[in-house]
Ligand binder design. Sequence first.
Ligand code: IPE
Ligand code: IPE
Ligand code: MG
Ligand code: MG
Length: 332
Amino acid sequence: MTERVGGTGTAAGGTRSSRAPAVRAPRKRKPGSHTAFAAQVESWQSRVEQALDERLPAADTEPSRLHAAMRYCVLNGGGPRVRPLLLFGSCRAVGLSEAQVEAAACAVELAHAYSLVHDDLPAMDDADVRRGLPSCHKAYDQGTAVLVGDALQSLAFQLLATDDALPAAPAIRLRLTVLLAEAIGASGMAGGQALDVATRGQRRPGADIEAMYARRTGALIRVSVLMAAACAPEAAAHLQEALAAFATPLGLAFQIQDDLLNVSIQPGGSGQATRPDRASRGDAAYPAVLGLAAAQQRVRALYAQAHGALRPFGSAADPLRALTEWLLVRSS
Ligand code: IPE
Ligand code: IPE
Ligand code: MG
Ligand code: MG
């Protein structure tokens, strides 16, 4: 398999049978090595890479430029796969195997990848770099990037409707479909993006920013947990509620923390822009409004709230607890 990116506008991609793209930015946010948790995360990440690879269209099938671009945006430099990891951790809490939720994990990651492709377009954040590589419209072209987002979103719902690996009950498939639609539609990610665009450059109260974050980023993080619960309708109602109570603060914390990671924290409390490919949010960024210390405090409080919600699960939620602690200390 060969892949070329950037500059030429030549389609990059792979084949359905290939397991790993040739061009891959360094993976980030790995937990410390030599721990059982690190091994678990690595195994989950391998699982989701393979599952995505198998479910994406072959790059040499017409229209090959679109298919190659879809593979490029999902598989190359694919990030730590936070949402699938949360789905796998949550499935353990409700007594399911990873195989039973694998297709749902792919659907969430495809929806996330779609949101990033459109987010980077010149009409949105106009970002040239994504995950250390040329963003989709730079490696390909704007028209292709629009269509990649469209096709990835459609593929996500197609998996929920038809993927053999999911629990086959139509009621479960319907619930998963509704959950994902709510999470990425006007009441979720797309609505949050609309609020972000509408308030760009304005100084907004912290509560308004949080409401926007809860939709734009929080909803997709939250639904990663809720979809695992939806695959286990037999799980007790109080456990389903506990997972929801875990997922909501986690999603918000993730985005505020992402803001904090876009500034380097100086000993005197000032911040300076880092991660230039991701510092495109303008004045609405939470730390700019509340201050770094208050933003850090809010992140810690939200993670503690999430952690506390897992109490009813006992040791079944240990993987989720470890994931939560790992996210709290992430540095990139
Ligand atoms: C980036 O999300 C965009 C936000 C929602 C903050 P991630 O940090 O999960 O991005 P990848 O998938 O790891 O690249
Ligand atoms: C991206 O948010 C979140 C979504 C696409 C919904 P940002 O624009 O804040 O994140 P980066 O900096 O592009 O990753
Ligand atoms: Mg954005
Ligand atoms: Mg952006």
